[in-house]
Design a protein around this ligand. Structure first.
Ligand SMILES: Cc1cc2nc3c(=O)[nH]c(=O)nc-3n(C[C@H](O)[C@H](O)[C@H](O)COP(=O)(O)OP(=O)(O)OC[C@H]3O[C@@H](n4cnc5c(N)ncnc54)[C@H](O)[C@@H]3O)c2cc1C
Length: 438
């Protein structure tokens, strides 16, 4: 398709997160699309308060067991350090640890970042090494390494920066509205845009669906992608504590999934990169509401959809136990988390992104499957998506980002080996056992 690629006259992007906004940026700059009208619709005014891309912080690490992602992050980091939202990027280093089976991921990741040849690495052989290098009172994990060339970004700050850049190019029409369903024409197997909840339509020659964890509400992605909820908790820290901890390493224990990012804006964030909670929801069939039976898929339930939403006690306990283990003097029993939430990953079978044309619906391209690790690619993922749109998927991601050959029962998904903590939790069941609204 690439050599004779003919740009569509109109493109509709659904979703203004990492995948959608970066695509809008790349399309706006690409001369091939100079005559294409570009519309970006999101159900929330920007920045979406419950979008996965909006938060105080996201880890930026080339530390992957899969080397193509290591190489892609390395290219992203070159931009994070210089021209892309650089004021929002902090290169404090990352300490990645494990005990038990997750050590395999750590070893592969270590070998990949070594291979890059540009990262400053220190191997950690035991708990004493971990305590010495991180400054925690008690180590979490039995072994690991520090990559001093990893960092973290103020996610909301970087997304706001990108939005201003896109606006400055004046190529994109921004619409706030909820897509109720895509406009499917069953006779021609074509998608021609979207019908919004207010009954208005946005038509386009090409629709790029980048609705994050909500994507399975607009397309039948059973066995391909699903939403999983992850717990986050925040503890306020004083200015003196923030000054003391600000330059510390980010800590990520791949066996438990627990991680801690240095404090910013007076808040210390603890979270779990885990298998997460599913939220099975029965909805009308997104592609054929009148002729096919309803389907049940895991979809996000956020503090915006449901303002009284509790966070499961199980998740809050995991955050508290992690913090009180590594920093007992900071996390004294009388000192509570003051804010917590569930944030939604778009998980796929192997943790790979899904960036491809739909195999059946002409005029429909899907860019999703962040699987809890896409933020760091913000400076480069839009260009990669546009490459795929014009038919030039990078060779190293063929078979990873392509539409999967088959749907695989979700309980069989292996992930990418980076997740820790409990498996098989259902959000409503965990909340029923106890929860708190913070
Ligand atoms: C708790 C947590 C921690 C993470 N930590 C890291 C990390 O440390 N490092 C890292 O690299 N990555 C991390 N990630 C992953 C990364 O943040 C995500 O992969 C990425 O932000 C996903 O972007 P997205 O565009 O797919 O989704 P989103 O940002 O959620 O964007 C989707 C957008 O679609 C909109 N939308 C949904 N439905 C509709 C509709 N019907 N109509 C119109 N608009 C709609 C939503 O409002 C939303 O704005 C983390 C994610 C979470 C949740």
């Amino acid at each position: 398709m690439a050599s004779d690629y003919c740009a569509p006259s109109s493109i509709l992007i659904v979703g203004s997160g990492v995948f959608g906004l970066s695509t809008a940026f790349s399309l706006s700059k690409d001369p091939k699309f100079k005559d294409t009208s570009i519309t970006l619709v999101d159900r929330q005014p920007f920045p979406a308060p419950d979008g996965s891309s909006i938060d105080t912080s996201r880890i930026i690490r080339p530390d992957y067991a899969c080397s193509p992602y290591t190489a892609l992050v390395s290219r992203a980091q070159a931009l994070w350090r210089t021209t892309f939202a650089a004021a929002h990027y902090h290169e404090n280093g990352l300490c990645i640890t494990a005990s038990g089976p997750s050590q395999t991921y750590v070893s592969s990741s270590l070998s990949n970042v070594r291979e890059l040849g540009t990262c400053k690495i220190e191997e950690l052989h035991n708990a004493q090494d971990i305590e010495r290098v991180t400054g925690v009172e008690n180590a979490s994990g039995a072994m690991g390494y520090v990559n001093w060339s990893s960092g973290w970004a103020d996610a909301e700050g970087a997304m706001r920066w990108l939005r201003r850049e896109v606006e400055a190019l004046t190529r994109v029409t921004f619409v706030t509205g909820t897509v109720d369903q895509l406009l499917f024409d069953h006779d021609s197997s074509t998608v021609s845009g979207a019908l919004l909840k207010d009954k208005s339509t946005l038509t386009a020659d090409l629709t790029i669906l980048a609705a994050g964890a909500w994507t399975p509400s607009l397309l039948d992605l059973r066995g391909i992608a699903k939403a999983t909820g992850q717990v986050l908790a925040y503890m306020p820290v004083s200015a003196a504590e923030e000054a003391r901890l600000r330059d510390r390493l980010t800590l990520l224990n791949l066996s438990t999934g627990m991680f801690l990012i240095p404090p910013s804006q007076g808040l210390l964030k603890v979270a779990r990169h885990g298998h997460g909670y599913v939220n099975p929801t029965t909805i009308r069939h997104p592609e054929s509401p009148s002729s096919l039976p309803p389907i049940t898929v895991s979809l996000p339930l956020t503090h915006i959809d449901s303002p009284g939403q509790s966070v499961p006690a199980e998740g809050l306990k995991a955050c508290r136990e992690f913090l009180s283990h590594i920093h007992p003097s900071l996390c004294v029993p009388s000192r509570p988390f003051t804010k917590s939430k569930i944030c939604w990953y778009t998980d796929t079978q192997h943790g790979d992104f899904l960036i491809d044309y739909h195999p059946k619906w002409k005029g429909l391209f899907v860019a999703t499957g962040g699987a809890g690790h896409a933020f760091k690619f913000l400076p480069v993922i839009g260009d990669a998506i546009v490459q795929c749109v014009v038919g030039r998927m990078p060779d190293e991601f063929k078979g990873r980002w392509e539409w999967p050959a088959e749907r695989v029962e979700e309980s069989m998904w292996e992930g990418d080996g980076s997740r820790g903590g409990p498996v098989g939790m259902v959000l409503s069941e965990e909340i029923a056992k106890g929860g708190a609204k913070l």
